[in-house]
Design a binder for this molecule. Sequence first.
Ligand code: NAD
Ligand code: IPM
Ligand code: MN
Length: 364
Amino acid sequence: MNKRIAVLPGDGIGPEVVGEALALLDVVAELYGHTFHYDYGKIGGHAIDEEGTALPAETVELCGKSDAVLLGAVGGPKWDRGPTHLRPETGLLGLRKALSLYANLRPVKIFPALRDASTLKPEVLEGVDLLIVRELTGGLYFGTPRERRTGPTGLEVVDTLFYTEAEIERILRLGFELARTRRGHLTSVDKANVLESSRVWRETAERLAPEYPDVELTHLLVDNAAMQLVRNPRQFDVLVTENLFGDILSDEAAMISGSIGLLPSGSLGAEGTLGLYEPVHGSAPDIAGQNKANPLATYLSVAMMLRTSLGLPEEADAVERAVACVLEKGVRTGDLAQPGERVWGTREIGAEVRDQLRGGVRHG
Ligand code: NAD
Ligand code: IPM
Ligand code: MN
């Protein structure tokens, strides 16, 4: 199979984890007889430095022509004080919008080998398998006005949480559909006791529910959801929620798996075809350039890409198995190693996963 992948390494640890992910994809290609073409694009801080914009037009064009997009992370202290249009994050938000990637899927699973890696008690984590469906092109991130202005008392500042009913319905429907393919439970997370947008969100979920009689719908206020996620994460199957709520809850949920360095994500477009795959974590400036980053979130994002956008489920399974086996062997980057344990570098754990993939596929 011949596929074109747009590769946007970004900033900080982005190029390190994406570099390892491509080396892994090369092994997938070699073992299964595929050809993956990588077309590199700029986004984020280095694009600001080199092109004067966080999202060059060529990058959007490149992604549009690809079968899938693989992204590292954007951002860093160097660009934190810039005006909005010169912020790395604006590039990522712009790309999501330009590609109409309205749904961001963030699965959270426990690797048995990492039972003790989380800061939560192992018995709370046993068997957790949940999926956060985050609305990605609306909500508080995109509403206007969003500005500073001068009012009667001086500086005023406004952000806007805006949704059309159609946007809410679209993401809720996806939540119902995905719950249907899993354990049949959908938790709609909102703040309907305060926000008008959440009241419409809840009403829309209720209106759709009769169309999905095989799905059990529950509503949860977002503050309670944050608490329930660490109290008893096993109660959840699919959670569907607004953009900012989903951003916050997914970083929280990362600690169920043991590290933010393990959580993958895939963002789907309106036609359900083009997908953008990226780890949930950011550019981690504190460890960038030191061979310390955990590349597994990016590997697992690659597995999502293989399965969802490239139609290669067997290859996706093989990548996930290789990651699980390497963890079983006790191989850990610093974010997961217990005190006194050996710490593997980004490149060294990368080599282990590639060897495991080769061995696993050759020996069935
Ligand atoms: P972060 O996710 O970059 O880092 C949070 C903490 O987790 C840090 O201590 C970091 O070292 C650690 N960490 C993250 N990924 C890791 C990995 N793969 N392996 C080991 N440790 C890892 O969040 P932050 O520090 O709040 O943000 C840093 C920058 O990244 C900011 O500019 C932010 O805007 C940006 N960011 C980008 C994305 C993205 O591109 N999708 C996501 C989140 C944050
Ligand atoms: C994420 C990140 C982004 C977001 C930032 C970098 C714009 O935190 O992908 O989770 O908030 O969506
Ligand atoms: Mn985030």
